[in-house]
Design a protein around this ligand. Structure first.
Ligand SMILES: [Fe+2]
Length: 427
């Protein structure tokens, strides 16, 4: 096997839990690293030592509330609740743990020790999305800041290949919303505004600041990457997506692929788990900025999440997509036990299903050296219900239905997590 490099994965692992209203999104970030060398696979994990982590460790208890519990100890009233638990990326020679309402936190790529918040040499003045995009053609890092509050604008940033922040643009938005991810193509950036709205005035009345307001519809803002052209906003039906698989340009339109749900499960508690009544499916939107129309096509009927692809084709027309899913609706716990591979050219699909009560995480694509698009491996963590431990599974990306080609046994549990990345040996 020609896998040489490190697979990093981030996820929540709370040092202290505030109370029974703890939500998965609130847990302290822990980064797990699997190093593939000539001698085998080495494993290391460390908490991201955020300011919050340090304050709570010193106090010996929880000081910050969370999404469902907005209480904060007065001693930390002006401190950041950054948990750095959502994603981990490598760019400009830095390894960064990301959380969308705070600064990136730089880690040592070998030891995983925390170096501290990274503000791009003082040029980043606000939070950064956990889903930036690396343009494979230019090496640039594109990202946004969606200020958590009542602001009717977001900010777009571009860092060059070396990690210097070289562009900042303020973008007025139709209404303040939760924006977890976005999409880029060769010449455009697409900002999704879904009617999961933010209003801090609601919070001051003791209500959740987040609400589902389908009457507002969904808006897509299309921004030219080059030059200073205006953002064109298109409107379509209310829906919600956490994650985009990819986007690309074709015949003057933008093709936008995402895992999309028609609604949010419970208006009052928009982030409750239990995905049975909230299936998100792989959808392709065709955005035509000329006619200002949005067309929607369901590419696969399986409920799934965590879409990934061969990122060497990010922003370009592509053939292979992957996501995790629940097999045949037999599970009732909302957790994933399957991976689906879609071949957009042949419309073929392959599925891998874990046995029993085992649980899968996001599957990260790793290219085979010298291989074409989609040729390589999928890396994912599997939690084994029976033993209470986790295994790292390695699948042939184009033959996932054959099952793992190798497994790395971890003697303990790795909690269900969010996103990760592969850093090849050459990097
Ligand atoms: Fe995410």
């Amino acid at each position: 096997m020609d896998l040489r490099g490190v697979f990093y994965r981030n996820g929540p692992n709370p040092q202290f839990v505030s109370d029974e209203r703890y939500h998965l999104f609130d847990g302290d970030g822990m980064v797990h690293a699997f190093a593939f060398t000539d001698r085998g696979v080495g494993y290391r994990n460390k908490w991201v030592r955020t300011e919050k982590f340090g304050l709570e460790r010193a106090a010996g208890r929880s000081l910050f509330g969370g999404m469902r519990n907005r209480w904060k100890d007065p001693s930390v009233a002006d401190r950041s609740g950054n948990v750095a638990n959502t994603n981990v990326i490598r760019h400009g020679g830095r390894l960064l743990a990301l959380w969308e309402a705070g600064f990136p936190i730089e880690l040592d790529p070998q030891t995983l020790e925390t170096r501290g918040p990274w503000d791009f040499h003082g040029r980043l003045d606000r939070a950064m999305t956990a889903h930036p995009k690396i343009d494979p053609l230019t090496g640039e890092l594109l990202f946004f800041s969606n200020v958590f509050g009542a602001a009717r604008e977001l900010v777009f940033f571009r860092a060059d290949k070396a990690g210097n922040l070289v562009e900042t643009r303020k973008i007025p938005v139709p209404y303040p919303s939760m924006m977890h991810d976005f999409a880029v193509t060769e010449n455009h950036v697409v900002f999704p505004v879904f009617p999961l709205t933010l209003d801090m005035e609601r919070a001051s009345k003791g209500l959740s600041p987040i609400a589902w307001e389908p009457g507002l519809g969904t808006r897509f803002g299309i921004m030219p990457r080059h030059g200073r052209g205006e953002v064109v906003w298109l409107r379509t039906d209310a829906c919600f997506a956490f994650h985009f698989m990819n986007a690309f340009e074709k015949d003057g339109s933008i093709m936008l692929d995402a895992m999309v749900g028609d609604r949010i499960p419970d208006d009052a508690k928009p982030f409750q788990e239990g995905k049975d009544d909230f299936p998100t499916r792989l959808v392709r939107w065709t955005l035509d900025p000329e006619s200002r129309t949005v067309n929607k096509e369901i590419l696969d009927g399986t409920g799934g999440e965590m879409p990934r692809m061969d990122e060497r084709f990010c922003g370009q027309e592509y053939r292979h997509g992957f996501f995790v899913a629940q097999s045949h609706g037999t599970r009732t716990d909302g957790l994933w036990d399957a991976i689906v591979h879609i071949d957009f050219r042949t419309k073929g699909r392959r599925v891998f299903v874990l046995p029993g009560d085992d649980v899968l995480n996001e599957a990260c694509f790793v290219p085979k050296s010298g291989g074409g698009e989609g040729e390589g491996y999928l890396l994912t963590l599997a939690y084994r219900g029976e033993s209470g431990t986790s295994d790292l599974l390695i699948l042939d990306s184009l033959r996932i239905d054959k099952g793992p080609i190798a497994e790395v046994r971890i003697p303990h549990r790795i909690p269900v997590g969010f996103h990760g990345c592969w850093v090849g040996k050459e990097d």
